[in-house]
Design a protein around this ligand. Structure first.
Ligand SMILES: NC(=O)c1ccc[n+]([C@@H]2O[C@H](COP(=O)([O-])OP(=O)(O)OC[C@H]3O[C@@H](n4cnc5c(N)ncnc54)[C@H](O)[C@@H]3O)[C@@H](O)[C@H]2O)c1
Length: 251
């Protein structure tokens, strides 16, 4: 507890799934949290995360944001600074998923998945990073996927976006580590969220059959990795991609 006292964290896609788990855990550790999600604040999961953070005694700012939209990202970062005065942690978690063989993949699906997962990670980083560099400290945690390493049938666009997130994480980490901004990533395996629920039964059965641990993961099995990377325990982690993945990838 209290590993993030006094910090301000932005969690994109924080209204549901893994992002929601991270946002709530950061607040329990003492951080004020900005939840930047495309869904309205009236949605049940958004209401729940706002309530959960408020109950910890920390402050929450909910900013409806499409991370693929430059103006909205800039406005979200401005609102964060206006409210809290500083940004210490950015978790680029917002991500979407569709499923199709490449030969049938709508070009619009390719564009949207790349725009949210990869461009969104870049945009949020682009507008937060100058503030972290100016204050001489910061942590950026990018949520990739094990599919960014191994790929997956019917998810070439998603795999490409996550491979891009992994490469972006490593490249950025090299640029800013000496200036005390530490950039790392998490590449989860299949985790029980709405995103996983949207995959076909065939896809899920095939994935389950090849998973060494023999089951899908829980959000609570990813969240501690994000808390760790944001905390003072992770001061020598630079450009690392940590893998709570049930053994789907062993590096
Ligand atoms: N669940 C898994 O199996 C799994 C595995 C590996 C990686 N991931 C990654 O973890 C991250 C979180 O996924 P999840 O499983 O919690 O998904 P989820 O669908 O449960 O939650 C995603 C959240 O992101 C928000 N979001 C979607 N598009 C957005 C946009 N353009 N701007 C801002 N917010 C947006 C959604 O509204 C939602 O609240 C994603 O990057 C995903 O690719 C998930």
């Amino acid at each position: 507890m209290n590993r993030l006292t006094g910090k301000t964290a932005i969690v994109t896609g924080g209204a549901n799934g893994i992002g929601r788990g991270i946002a709530e855990a950061f607040a329990k550790e003492g951080a004020n949290v900005v939840v930047a999600d495309i869904t309205t604040r009236e949605r049940a999961t958004a209401v729940a995360v706002i309530e959960a953070i408020t109950q910890t005694g920390r402050s929450v700012l909910y900013v409806q944001t499409d991370v693929a939209n430059e103006q909205q990202v800039q406005a979200m970062v401005d609102a964060t600074l206006h409210t809290f005065g500083h940004i210490d942690i950015l978790v680029n978690n917002a991500g979407i998923f569709t499923q199709s063989l490449v030969e049938d993949l709508p070009v619009a699906d390719w564009d949207r998945v790349l725009n949210v997962n990869l461009r969104g990670t870049f945009l949020c980083t682009r507008f937060v990073l100058p503030h972290m560099l100016a204050q001489g400290s910061g942590r950026i945690i990018n949520i990739a996927s094990q599919l960014g390493y191994i790929g997956g049938r019917e998810v070439a666009h998603y795999s490409a976006s996550k491979g891009g997130v992994i490469a972006f994480t490593k490249a950025l980490a090299r640029e800013v580590a000496t200036r005390n901004v530490l950039v790392n990533g998490i590449a989860p395996g299949p985790i029980l969220t709405d995103l996983l629920a949207s995959e076909t039964e065939e896809w899920k059965s095939a994935k389950l059959a090849e998973l060494p641990i023999g089951r899908f993961g829980e959000v609570s099995e990813v969240v501690p990795t994000a808390v760790f990377l944001a905390s003072d325990d992770a001061t020598y982690y630079v450009g690392q991609i940590l893998g709570p993945n049930g053994g789907d990838v062993m590096l």
